[in-house]
Design a protein around this ligand. Structure first.
Ligand code: DUC
Ligand code: ZN
Ligand code: ZN
Length: 479
């Protein structure tokens, strides 16, 4: 294992900033200090740049069979793209297939898929779809001890991924007993289905109608219900891809009551808007994801949620489908639903540009400082999902997942040069300031400027510990 000395950068964590050298050896951070006198195999000069923890994206869908197709980004292309954007860990999903797959089998299945391809480290949330048997409940309860400390449940997509309230409540009780955290896709799937069916009967299925089938309150209602069930079960709960002000209000109210409630939002809800795809025909398919990308005025509410701390993580829900069916190795993609939003696979790209966008929108545009940028993109994801203090911090003993971030580099986001295996970029042509100049994963330089230096399959599965920030909520329901 080679050693790396990073000299003269501004080390930035979620709580402090100082100029120092950082010495990495044997995959971990071993020294931090002024003018370190150590012999290193490689020296990275970081004067005038920030030295930050590697980014952690806790919401990706790589190489996933979903929406009657497969995501365009595999574990290989998706993790290479993540690395170029400064992300050195992803937490993806292991979906328990409804019929005959146990929670442990789901994790093993996804580990086998990822292990030969991933170039950065990874973990899995268990996406539970069936907790009807005592055997599956016992397996779920065993998962935190095996390094899977978060359970995902979907309140939407009836017939495929949606679960009922009983299943959610069971998972929350297990989470309460094992100090795990439940994450929720909070939309009322039955209401969406009914509205969708009525649109279809009226012939109103043009691509942009997707948003109208997901009104704000389907998210607000499900968020309220999920938070109330978590309170009754005594578990922590984390709302994924929060997009609506109605859901934000619920999170704020719960936090004000002192409940262990957390939420992420995603760049697509902050930087893209319904106005970008209204009446755009098939072009609107680029923007179709659930919850939907909402009207521009809603963006301000989400930025406010970031500023107040109600939203504590930025993740991407990276779930890519191409606009053209032009790759022989991929089954039909977005064109499946040309002219009818019901058949467009839901999902947008994001893993490569998350940190570019959040640096531009937050630090460059003056909404928050560099420490908060680190907190949102690196530290809070690590704390909530049991990766901290191994990851998410620049500290002695932590994994040497380090990004040298050049605040002065200008960068134009475009599909022609991005590394995601998707043929469009939602932010095409957007100019941002700031990008990674060097990306290091467990002490190995995997990206230097425009060059990828990592080896396919070098990424490691990470056994996660229980969330770091929880003050173990008490159940309000007798058992
Ligand atoms: N929403 C999406 O848009 N894609 C993946 C799954 C989800 O919930
Ligand atoms: Zn979701
Ligand atoms: Zn998702």
């Amino acid at each position: 294992m080679t050693s790396v000395l990073i000299t003269g950068g501004t080390v930035t964590t979620a709580s402090e900033q100082y100029v120092a050298d950082v010495f990495l050896d044997d995959g971990v951070i071993v020294q931090i200090g002024a003018n370190l006198q150590v012999a290193a195999d490689t020296v990275v000069q970081a004067e005038g740049q920030y030295v930050i923890p590697g980014g952690i994206d806790v919401h990706t869908h790589l190489g996933e069979t979903v929406f009657r197709t497969i995501t365009a980004d595999s574990w290989e292309s998706g993790t290479v793209a993540a690395a170029f954007g400064g992300t050195t860990t992803v937490v993806d999903f292991a979906r328990q297939e409804r019929e005959g797959m146990s929670p442990i089998e789901a994790i093993e299945h996804r580990r086998r898929q990822a292990e030969s391809q991933a170039v950065i480290d990874y973990g899995f949330h268990l996406m539970a779809t069936n907790l009807d048997s005592q055997e599956y409940l016992e397996e779920l309860a065993a998962l935190p001890g095996e390094g899977v400390t978060s359970f995902k449940l979907l309140m939407a997509y009836p017939g495929t991924m949606m679960v009922d309230d009983l299943t959610i409540f069971r998972a929350m009780q297990v989470a309460a007993d094992t100090n795990a955290i439940v994450t929720l896709h909070a939309e009322n799937g039955h209401v969406i289905q009914q509205i969708t069916d009525q649109f279809a009967a009226a012939g109103r299925v043009q691509e942009h109608m997707h948003m109208h089938a997901h009104p704000h309150l389907v998210e607000g209602e499900a968020t309220h219900r999920g938070i109330a069930m978590a309170e009754m079960a005594g578990s922590a709960v984390y709302i994924v891809h929060l997009s609506s002000r109605t859901a934000l209000t619920e999170v704020e109210a719960a936090k004000a009551r002192g409940q262990a409630v957390y939420a992420e939002t995603c760049p697509q809800y902050l930087f893209a808007a319904y106005e970008d795809y209204e009446n755009a025909g098939f072009e609107a398919a680029k923007y179709i994801c659930s919850p939907p990308i909402r009207e521009r005025a809603n963006q301000d509410e989400l930025w406010r949620g970031i500023e107040t701390g109600a939203l504590s993580v930025i993740a991407t829900d990276h779930c890519t489908f191409r606009m053209q069916d032009d790759l022989a190795e991929l089954p039909p993609q977005k064109p499946m639903g040309k002219g009818d939003f019901r058949y467009i696979p839901n999902g947008v790209p994001g893993v490569e540009n998350r940190m570019h966008l959040m640096y531009q929108g937050g630090v460059v545009e003056g909404r928050y400082d560099m420490m908060r940028f680190v907190d949102l993109n690196c530290t809070m994801p690590a704390k909530l999902f049991g990766l901290y203090p191994r990851k998410g911090i620049i500290a002695i003993g932590a994994d040497a997942d380090v990004v040298v971030w050049d605040p002065n580099a200008d960068y134009t986001i475009e599909a022609a040069t991005h590394h995601m295996r998707v043929d469009y970029n939602l932010y095409e042509g957007m100019q941002v300031s700031g990008r990674p100049s060097t990306v290091i994963s467990r002490g190995e330089i995997i990206v230097s400027g425009e060059e990828f230096l990592g080896q396919i399959g070098r990424g490691q599965y990470i056994r996660r510990s229980t969330p770091y920030v929880l003050d173990h909520p008490q159940s309000v329901t007798a058992r």
